[in-house]
Design a protein around this ligand. Structure first.
Ligand code: NAD
Length: 247
């Protein structure tokens, strides 16, 4: 199985922390020329300190002009991992319009803008792998307290399937990753807001049949497979990686 990415150029959003950061490291170790982007410059500098051979660039995925400028600096890339996302909490009655718009901008519009900016270069090359970050909380599973989040991540699956169908015959694959609960800085920050964070963590773990949360490295391993030629025959699929939560 060829999981090497030698000679391939990979762009990752939200690569400063969590799953995106672990994936930047995995792609680099597999030989890719990695462009790690994030809104947080400090996080990117710390990634660069750990991996001096990863390229870093500040990029806000809600800024269409910045995305277009960034894409123009490449002739064409081979791998695009749209990892950026935000987790709005609450049910429909707690969801305010400004939060709905904010979440759809980061989670959904960013995928549209990034894909639109980078697909022309992939078409010119005749190949490319796009990986979009969804969640099992989407069209796969309804989760209480995740009304707006689930709606955004279902939309990401829709984007993924539309792109996959459009370009399957022209060398571009597009897949979605659908994790369960993963132990990342943003999850820890969300847990810290509970009255009893330790109890909240126990409850998150209790819903996982494997009795533990996922790790960013485990999700990065799937992102590596989907970026590599080992996954050449998969496109338009939701790849569930959730420790058995949806079984
Ligand atoms: P994380 O909090 O660990 O990292 C998020 C990164 O996103 C940070 O470095 C932050 O600076 C960056 N970011 C925030 N806003 C940005 C913007 N506008 N432009 C560019 N970068 C921005 O996150 P994570 O938990 O690893 O989540 C990554 C993705 O995985 C998200 O799309 C999330 O919805 C999805 N996901 C996470 C889990 C989980 O349990 N952690 C489960 C399913 C899906």
């Amino acid at each position: 199985m060829n999981l090497r990415l030698d000679g391939k150029i990979a762009v990752i959003t939200a690569a400063g922390a969590g799953i995106g950061r672990a994936t930047a490291s995995a792609y680099r170790q597999a030989g890719a020329d990695v462009w790690a982007t994030d809104i947080n410059a400090e996080a990117l500098v710390s990634l660069k300190t750990e991996h001096p051979d990863i390229n870093i660039s500040v990029l806000d995925v809600t800024d269409g002009n910045a995305i277009a400028d960034f894409a123009r600096s490449f002739e064409g890339i081979d791998i695009l991992f749209n990892c950026a996302g935000y987790v709005p909490g609450g049910g429909i009655l707690e969801c305010e319009e400004n939060e709905w718009d904010f979440a759809f901008n980061i989670n959904v519009k960013s995928c549209y803008l990034m894909c639109k900016a980078f697909i022309p270069g992939m078409l010119a090359k005749g190949s490319g792998s796009i990986i979009n970050m969804s969640s099992v909380a989407s069209s796969i599973k309804g989760v209480p307290n995740r009304f707006c989040y689930g709606a955004t991540k279902a939309a990401v699956i829709g984007i993924t399937k539309a792109i996959a169908a459009e370009y399957a015959g022209r060398g571009i694959r597009c897949n979605a990753i659908c994790p369960g609960t993963v132990d990342t800085p943003s999850l820890r920050e969300r847990l810290s807001k509970f009255d009893n964070p330790e109890q909240a963590r126990k409850e998150f773990i209790a819903r996982q049949p494997m009795g533990r949360l996922g790790t960013p490295e485990e999700i990065a391993a799937l992102a590596l497979y989907l970026a590599s030629d080992a996954s050449a025959y998969t496109t338009g699929a939701e790849h569930i990686i959730d420790g058995g939560w949806t079984v």
